[in-house]
Design a protein around this ligand. Structure first.
Ligand code: ADP
Ligand code: 5GP
Length: 247
């Protein structure tokens, strides 16, 4: 039987990669899809670990061969998820996690409406800018044009938050990581799952409550100030069909 498909999107610099690595150390049986990209490796990134780094003509050949589940042009480079990631996770009996942008998420959601979508927000634009700069510095130097391009795109990406089932604010890292784990565990609890079966009743209750708080329709109070800091307002027409009933 196919496992669950989790999609994570966030503006660049929000802390998505950091959260993904924390999540993977907290929950087992979760494969991470290593995307293909035409951008150059950054800092200590390694081929096959963060990305498969390929040339544009190779990427175009993969598009022509229908090898991508989704692909998009992000910041002037191609990024794409290989179909084989999903096949391999399924063969291993694992769930799969995609870290993809809002365009890619829309493509996957269209073809696979059962995908579990999670949007991560930075607390405000100042924090986002600081994280982008800190990361660039740690990777060997701040490229001002890259930081500015990513900041300018952030607001447009954040506008799409209401298309996701869950929305997190990555303020305190450990709390956001626990919320992310709670979502994975709560979603797994919808069906038989050997990992969830090992949890105590009170542990499972804790995770389900935490996950419910992160559902889009339960997040208005938490999201309102964050959205306002980006000059956006709460989206009033929330899709109630995304609600969950685990109790
Ligand atoms: P993304 O994958 O979304 O582009 P990263 O995971 O690379 O973002 O994080 C960007 C920077 O912010 C990194 O330097 C990371 O260490 C830092 N960071 C991530 N989450 C937090 C947090 N909750 N608090 C403080 N710094 C954070
Ligand atoms: P970065 O260059 O900072 O690693 O990533 C830039 C953006 O590309 C992020 O929003 C990230 O989620 C997105 N991204 C990474 N891999 C993929 C992918 O396979 N498909 C799509 N559509 N976006 C991706």
């Amino acid at each position: 039987m196919a496992g669950l498909l989790f999609i994570l999107s966030a503006p660049s610099g929000s802390g998505k990669s950091t959260l993904v690595s924390q999540l993977r150390s907290m929950v087992p049986n979760l494969d991470f899809s290593v995307s293909y990209t035409t951008r150059a490796p950054r800092g200590s990134e390694q081929e096959g670990r963060e990305y498969h780094f390929i040339q544009r003509d190779q990427f175009q050949q993969m598009i022509a061969g229908d090898e991508f589940l989704e692909h998009a042009d992000v910041f002037g480079n191609y990024y794409g998820t290989a179909r084989c990631s999903l096949e391999q996770a399924t063969a291993r009996g694992n769930d799969l996690l995609l870290d993809i942008d809002v365009q890619g998420a829309a493509q996957v959601r269209h073809n696979m409406p059962q995908a579990i979508t999670i949007f991560i927000l930075p607390p405000n634009p100042d924090v986002l800018e600081r994280r982008l700069r800190n990361r660039s510095r740690a990777e060997g130097g701040v490229e001002e044009s890259v930081v500015q391009k990513r900041l300018a795109t952030a607001r447009h990406e954040i506008e799409k938050y209401h298309e996701y089932r869950y929305v997190l604010v990555n303020d305190v890292l450990d709390r956001a990581a626990e919320e992310l784990s709670a979502i994975v565990i709560a979603e797994r609890s919808s069906g038989p799952n050997p990992y969830v079966a090992q949890l105590t009743v009170s542990e499972l209750l804790h995770y389900k409550k935490l996950a419910l708080q992160c559902l889009l329709q339960n997040s208005a109070t938490r999201l309102q100030p964050v959205l306002a800091s980006f000059g956006l307002s709460l989206y009033s027409d929330v899709n109630q069909s995304q609600s969950r009933n685990w109790f």
